[in-house]
Design a binder for this molecule. Structure first.
Ligand code: ATP
Ligand code: MG
Length: 426
């Protein structure tokens, strides 16, 4: 296989390579081994995107790599599959180095039964999923290896399988998810699969049943967090992949394209909440091995969804803001995306509403209330604390003295505490 000189678009990537990586490469080269940067970082380098990690491949066997870096600077994370993690110094950056391989049969539709280590870079590139992921860079000789014209596909924004698309997808269902994830190229927009891959994606989704649910969720999470997630979801929906992943559970993509820019953790929950707003999808989310925080986040968003404060009531606006706390922006982003009635008015009002003078935390704690009322720990004290907190927020009480004055007006001695107002929304 012939390499070509680096295209000029790679220059800034080459110049920005971390020192630690260059050292890893020279340690292997000086020992006589071959080493290439492969995979996503080459793809990103050629698209002038800064990579978040670098995958390396070598013709050395895993034991040789470990000998070279020594036991304190190398970890065997999957020597069976040829993968070792190395660093050049304590606390240095970690790099995954995988020995060149030619994969064996795909028996369970996921991992090859065994891997055979090889000496051929071409064979190693042949087993990769997409042409844009099947390029290798030899830093020592300044050569790019691109046997499947991945660079051309990259320039045209096309996703193409290495080899026959349906064969490749039916070897490994994870490639279905990876293909949808890679359609989203951030600032470069939505890339399309070429025709063969497009139809293989529709025909081979039965393969997803062979993929571990954790891996599906990992890829799906990245899809949801992507810059062009709405379009990818639309495509997955058209192709029937969303139904497959959700096991037939109902979903609705309304509003996805209008969701504002919020942090990536927030956006994942927001997209799920909007998708599953019609009914409780907790069971499905659990089955998809989503972390508990994500599931709770989605449930919280859905609990409040479409329940906006009354725009004419300052006290409601204050309560809404205080109860939602750090989730306020995320909630409003969903409401706005779904065009809940009066949402823009509420957003404007909240933006100009001064912060509460005493902040949003309760001024009156349990000890103080116990002292003032003689109540001992229990439901009555707990609910009275919530009631006072709510009044403090709604009326913007500035001091504990004001809270005390309001406490004197409450008929807390009598009545059913479970009926008292709570610090709660809606
Ligand atoms: P990113 O690092 O952004 O997730 P990536 O493409 O580098 O993207 P990795 O999981 O790091 O993804 O995989 C590194 C490379 O290994 C890929 O670029 C691809 O060449 C190959 N690869 C990964 N998973 C598969 C797979 N399921 N089938 C075939 N090749 C794969
Ligand atoms: Mg990678």
């Amino acid at each position: 296989m012939e390499g070509v000189a680096f295209p000029s678009s790679m220059q800034s990537w080459i110049e920005s390579l971390p020192d630690d990586l260059l050292q890893v490469v020279s340690i292997i080269s000086e020992s006589g081994g071959g080493v290439w940067v492969v995979g996503g970082s080459v793809r990103q380098g050629l698209s002038e995107v800064v990579p978040h990690d670098y995958d390396l491949t070598t013709n050395l066997r895993p034991e040789q790599v470990m000998d070279l870096f020594g036991s304190s600077n190398s970890i065997d994370v999957g020597a069976k599959y040829g993968t070792v993690i190395v660093r050049v110094r304590p606390d240095g950056d970690l790099y995954e180095i995988t020995t060149l391989r030619c994969d064996q049969e795909y028996l369970d539709g996921r991992r090859p039964e065994s891997v055979i280590f090889g000496d051929s870079l071409l064979e190693d590139l042949e087993r990769r999923d997409l042409t844009i992921n099947a390029m290798a860079v030899d830093l020592a000789r300044q050569l790019l290896y691109d046997p499947f014209n991945g660079y051309q596909d990259l320039q045209n924004g096309v996703l193409r399988a290495v080899g026959n698309a349906s064969t490749r997808l039916s070897e490994d269902g994870l490639r279905v998810m990876r293909a949808y994830r890679l359609m989203d190229q951030g600032d470069a927009g939505l890339w399309s699969p070429e025709d063969d891959l497009a139809s293989a994606l529709r025909d081979c989704q039965y393969m997803l049943k062979n993929v571990s649910i954790e891996r599906i969720w990992q890829e799906f999470r990245r899809i949801l967090a992507g810059q062009n997630a709405a379009q990818v979801l639309e495509k997955m929906s058209e192709d029937g992949v969303l139904s497959t992943i959700f096991g037939g559970h109902e979903y609705d993509l309304t509003g996805q394209a209008r969701l504002a820019d919020i942090s990536s953790d927030e956006v994942v929950e927001a997209r799920l909440a909007m998708m599953f707003r019609a009914d409780d999808a907790s069971g499905l989310m659990k089955r998809l091995t989503m972390p508990k925080v994500v599931i709770t986040g989605v449930q919280e968003l859905n609990r409040c969804l479409s329940h906006l404060p009354n725009a004419t009531s300052v006290s409601e606006l204050r309560l809404y803001r205080a109860v939602l706390g750090s989730r306020l922006n995320q909630q409003l982003a969903c409401e706005s995306a779904l065009a809940t009635s009066e949402v823009e008015e509420v957003i404007t009002l909240l933006a100009s509403l001064p912060a509460n003078v005493a902040g949003d935390a309760p001024l009156a704690d349990g000890h103080w209330i116990a002292e003032m009322t003689g109540l001992s720990k229990g439901i009555k004290l707990g609910r009275l604390k919530e009631w006072l907190h709510r009044i403090q927020i709604e009326e913007d009480l500035p001091t504990l003295a004001e809270v005390e004055a309001r406490l004197k007006q409450l008929e807390w001695q009598d009545g059913e505490p479970t009926e008292w107002p709570r610090f709660y929304w809606p």
